[in-house]
Design a protein around this ligand. Structure first.
Ligand code: MTE
Length: 168
């Protein structure tokens, strides 16, 4: 797989009560960092937050508005458990939703497992950053990354202000 032409900055936000308290290793975060570097990310910031809407939103806001990271991938907290609030926190910070990304992840993932329909993940733009929610397991992260990998370059190009090249 070729790397994305323009070097970009990325962050992985792991949303997990057990990860935050140190009870669980951040295998999904490690995997996503690896995949992002392989895709051409120059830096990958790592943040672990508990399943708390405000803390998730604060972390996302800082990464997008202050650190101006190009791409933020969250992992975890997208399901139906009452404490799963990553989509709500993401909606709190995004300016515009990019529903096609989450739709594609769900549609492609459902070819692998019908349980993919249980993820409420969303994606959208915050300032000039793209935020994408992934489910929490390393398996789901690998499968979700494989879905978005091919469009990341163009998505980041568009967010960086490049326009009118979509006909290629
Ligand atoms: N998507 C993919 N690609 N692969 C998976 O194994 N697991 C599903 C779903 N999406 C899964 C997936 C399951 S079992 C759940 S409960 C939801 O994601 C939500 O996961 P989360 O609460 O860890 O975010």
């Amino acid at each position: 797989m070729t790397t994305i032409e323009r070097e970009f900055t990325a962050a992985v936000v792991t949303v997990s009560d057990r990860g935050f308290s140190g009870e669980r290793e951040d295998g999904s975060g490690d995997l996503l960092e690896e995949l992002l570097v392989e895709a051409g990310a120059g830096t990958v910031a790592r943040v672990v937050v508990p399943d708390e809407r405000q803390q998730i939103a604060d972390a996302l806001r800082k990464l997008c508005r202050e650190d101006r990271v190009d791409l933020v991938i969250t992992t975890g907290g997208t399901g139906l458990v009452p404490r799963d609030v990553t989509p709500e926190a993401t909606r709190d910070v995004i300016d515009r939703e990019a529903p096609g990304i989450a739709e594609a992840i769900r549609a492609q993932s459902m070819k692998i497992t019908p349980r993919a329909m249980l993820s409420r993940s969303v994606s959208g733009v915050c300032g000039e950053s793209l935020i994408i929610n992934f489910p929490g397991s390393p398996k789901a992260c690998a499968e979700s990354f494989a879905v978005v990998r091919s469009v990341l370059g163009h998505a980041l190009e568009l967010l960086g202000g490049a326009g009118g090249e979509c006909a290629r």
